[in-house]
Design a protein around this ligand. Structure first.
Ligand code: ADP
Length: 414
């Protein structure tokens, strides 16, 4: 809710400011006292709004001078209006990195917004106050007008917000970590109870235990995903790249999930040929990549498992294509497909498509979010093409390593 209000607010502020600047300009041209009164009424209303805002607001002219600074901005930065007005923004709004280094123009959202006349948003930089205190701020810069008349900068101290986010993430991470072990043990014992080789149970008990086993598996998956997500988000997820033959590695993951596909009697197809390069010339190129194999396995398993899960009948096809620079692993299914309006939200945390096709299928809505983050950690990308009721294709794109370099480095163990 806070975010929605924030964004609405950030969205409307430039409009209010454009209006104030326009009114100021119009007033000098117009002699009609009636109109002037009306305009000045609007202007003072806008002033009331701007002065009442909790966020710092600055209006900066196209040549970089401060034209307006609201009371909150004065309080946050520690500059008086009288001192700040007319000065270049750089002497008032000093942005630094987390280790206190000055921010170059190319990385500075305000400088970029001014020079390119484009909106910018940043919540990773610190503001140096007049007393040299460093505070983490969220900064939104919006251009006024289309021909670079200046910009409006709105900023907010987010130190407390970020600390709360961190605490929340730590709590989720610890809780998932603590709960994953007992859940894995429950899952294991239920599995043993269901296995005719280790236990004898009657049909009724089998039915109950099967349901308990499925729920324990779901819970285990949820905790594991939450744990992985908290690691990715706070930078604890390790990235240990190794040179892998993607064709072979992919085939291994594919084979590992074959039982799941055959349980649903799906046509489960692996397209690339696996050919021993030493013996035969292959038409299918062998792709090598220098990536973390665990990340790759996690993403591809997620995609294949989803393809199987969301395909009631038909086929799941896994393939690799690519060029000199990039490898594209595709997982295609002829399943329920995804409505166009859901596609933009698919990679968001906890997002699940909610319709009559998906309601009966269990899931957490975390797999694709995590997969995209892992794809990015491999300097790659994850995207989807889908048609509702016809099927979906997910593409994992990762950088390719040339075969000659890969073989050489594999040979010399570097
Ligand atoms: P879940 O645990 O719900 O499967 P994911 O993050 O893996 O979570 O996927 C998010 C949502 O995307 C799913 O709930 C489902 O609605 C949709 N989805 C993912 N993969 C497919 C697919 N292959 N076909 C149709 N819908 C899919």
């Amino acid at each position: 809710m806070q975010f929605i209000i924030g964004y609405l607010f950030f969205g409307f502020l430039p409009l209010i400011f454009s209006l104030v600047l326009w009114i100021r300009r119009q007033k000098t041209d117009d002699n009609t006292s009636n109109l002037e009164n009306r305009l000045s009424a609007v202007e003072s209303k806008s002033d009331v709004v701007i002065n009442a805002i909790d966020d710092g607001v600055l209006a900066i002219s196209k040549d970089g001078n401060i034209e307006l600074i609201n009371p909150s901005a004065q309080q946050i930065i520690g500059w008086d209006q009288g001192d700040a007005l007319g000065l270049n923004w750089k002497s008032v709004l000093k942005l630094v990195t987390s280790d206190g280094k000055d921010v170059e123009d190319l990385e500075n959202p305000i400088a970029q917004s001014l020079s390119k006349n484009q909106p910018t948003h940043n919540d990773k930089l610190f503001l140096l106050t007049s007393s040299e205190k460093r505070i983490l701020v969220s900064i939104v810069s919006s251009p006024v007008g289309t021909d670079g008349e200046g910009i409006i900068v709105v900023f907010r101290d987010i130190t407390k917000e970020k600390a709360e986010e961190r605490e929340q993430a730590e709590f989720i991470s610890t809780a998932s970590h603590e709960m994953r072990t007992p859940v894995a043990s429950i899952e294991g014992y239920l599995g043993l109870a269901l296995n005719p080789a280790t236990a004898h149970i009657d049909e009724k008990a089998r039915d109950f235990i099967t349901k308990a086993h499925e729920s324990a598996q779901h819970l285990g998956r949820l905790f594991q995903d939450l744990l992985d997500i908290s690691k990715v988000e706070d930078g604890r997820m390790k990235n240990n790249p190794k040179i892998i033959n993607v064709n072979e590695f992919l085939k291994d993951i594919f084979d590992g999930l074959a039982t799941k596909a055959s349980e649903k009697q799906l046509n489960y197809i692996f397209m690339p040929d696996i050919i021993d390069e030493g013996k035969e010339k292959s038409l299918q190129p062998i792709f090598y990549a220098n990536i973390d194999p665990d990340h790759f396995r996690e993403v591809v398993s997620n995609l294949i498992e989803n393809a199987i899960k969301y395909t009631p009948s038909g086929e799941v096809v896994v393939n690799i294509t690519g060029d000199d620079k990039q490898i594209s692993v595709s997982v295609k299914d002829s399943g329920i497909g995804i409505p166009a309006e859901d596609i933009p939200h698919l990679f968001q945390k906890f997002y699940r498509v909610d319709n009559s096709d998906t309601r009966e299928i269990g899931g957490t809505g975390l797999g694709l979010y995590l997969s995209r983050r892992l794809a990015e950690a491999m300097s790659g990308n994850l995207r989807v093409e889908s048609k509702y009721k016809e099927g979906s294709t997910f593409y994992l794109e990762i950088p390719r390593m040339s075969s000659s370099e890969a073989k050489q480095r594999l040979e010399f163990g570097s």
